[in-house]
Write a protein that binds this ligand. Structure first.
Ligand code: FAD
Length: 329
């Protein structure tokens, strides 16, 4: 799901940082989602990318949260509309107290997208090595990255893009969780209207999308207590059953026959924003850590900001997203 909406709603981000900074982060995320769509179109990357609407659903009695969010999004000039219960039911057949309907989202196959981008990099001269970076030395003018195989790479700059496995040189307090997802059988005639991306106004939200070949992918059921892969796998049948129950309440018309189920590590920052910029205390080493449910969208932002930074530029976003920023709470 390529959403510009961030895991933390705009009104919560505004409580943390004030409206201007929160709106800047949201607009940057919107710009990144649009940028990724254009990049894919420009290079003709075959990754099943489809522009989509997104639905941010109220849960239980949380209509007020969605309405508050709507008011701030309007103020920030973001492309969202408020749908009340009746409008949501009429257009999408979904029964909730209300929802925000937003333009400018997309979905895509993330593996095809990644391979497409790597192919372009290789054609432009990048070399891919299958190895593990285990040591980083930036005391001299250049950065030396020691690899597990015994080789080392010397470069003017290094950018860490290691996902949730953050090297020790980056001092971060992680709070890892596990997350589960299912993909149903193909059911092209039982998909919800307009195949919008669906997620919820809640910290531990469920999310759902359809695929180009007519499946429904649903995810969520995050768990902070089950981190070890073995415990995670053990819990999968229970989590799959919970996701199937969720599908029945969200979209009872669908078949709940599951063709694929999987789980993975997940992590997010307290403010829902990525960590992008210089690694404190490590000259010439930078990081692009997407984090949260928008990691792919944020990767575009990271590429733009780090390219500008390495070329001597600056942006207030580099302060907003700095690795050592002060995150209240
Ligand atoms: C269940 C789930 C659902 C998600 N859904 C979405 C979504 O719908 N939309 C969205 O935008 N984002 C989503 N995300 C987040 C998104 O997947 C991540 O933010 C994104 O994959 C980050 O990309 P990355 O390339 O930075 O890191 P990764 O994809 O994690 O890749 C990092 C790579 O670095 C390698 N690595 C780590 N350490 C080293 C080392 N020392 N040396 C060499 N290599 C190393 C790892 O093996 C890995 O291959 C989801 C995440 C999860 C877990």
């Amino acid at each position: 799901m390529l959403l510009w909406e961030i895991d933390r709603p705009l009104f919560e981000l505004a409580q943390l940082y004030g409206f201007e900074r929160a709106a800047r982060c949201y607009r940057a995320s919107h710009h990144a989602a649009q940028g990724l769509l254009s990049l894919v179109a420009q290079h003709g990357i075959a990754c099943e990318m489809r522009p989509r609407l997104s639905l941010y659903l109220a849960i239980d009695d949380s209509r007020k949260l969605v309405q508050d969010e709507y008011a701030l999004r309007r103020r920030a000039d973001l492309p969202s509309l408020y749908l009340d219960h009746a409008a949501l039911l009429r257009r999408f057949g979904i029964r909730r107290a209300g929802a925000l309907l937003s333009a400018d989202a997309a979905d895509a196959d993330p593996v095809l997208l990644t391979h497409g981008l790597l192919d372009i990099s290789v054609r432009r001269g990048a070399r891919l090595l299958k190895d593990n970076a285990v040591a980083f030395d930036s005391a001299a003018q250049s950065v030396i990255v020691g690899l597990e195989s015994g080789l080392s790479i010397e470069a003017r700059h290094a950018v860490l893009a290691t996902g949730y496995v953050v090297p020790d040189i980056v001092k971060l307090k992680a709070r890892p969780a596990s997350s589960w997802a299912i993909a149903t059988r193909r059911q092209p005639s039982h998909l919800w209207p307009e195949q919008a991306l669906i997620w919820e106004a809640s910290r531990n939200y469920h999310y759902g999308r359809t695929t180009a070949d007519g499946r429904i992918i649903l995810g969520g059921e995050d768990d902070h207590a089950l981190i070890e892969p073995e415990a995670r796998n053990h819990a999968t049948p229970t989590k799959v059953a919970a996701l199937k129950d969720y599908l029945k309440t969200l979209w009872p018309q669908a078949s709940d026959r599951v063709d694929f189920a999987w789980s993975g590590a997940f992590d997010t920052t307290h403010d829902g924003l990525p960590l992008i910029g210089a690694v404190p205390g490590c000259k010439n080493i930078f990081a692009a850590f997407g984090y949260g449910g928008n990691g792919i969208t944020f990767s575009f932002l990271a590429a733009e900001l780090l390219a500008a930074l390495l070329a001597g530029g600056s942006s207030p976003l580099l302060d907003d997203l700095a690795i050592d920023r002060d995150i209240p709470g």
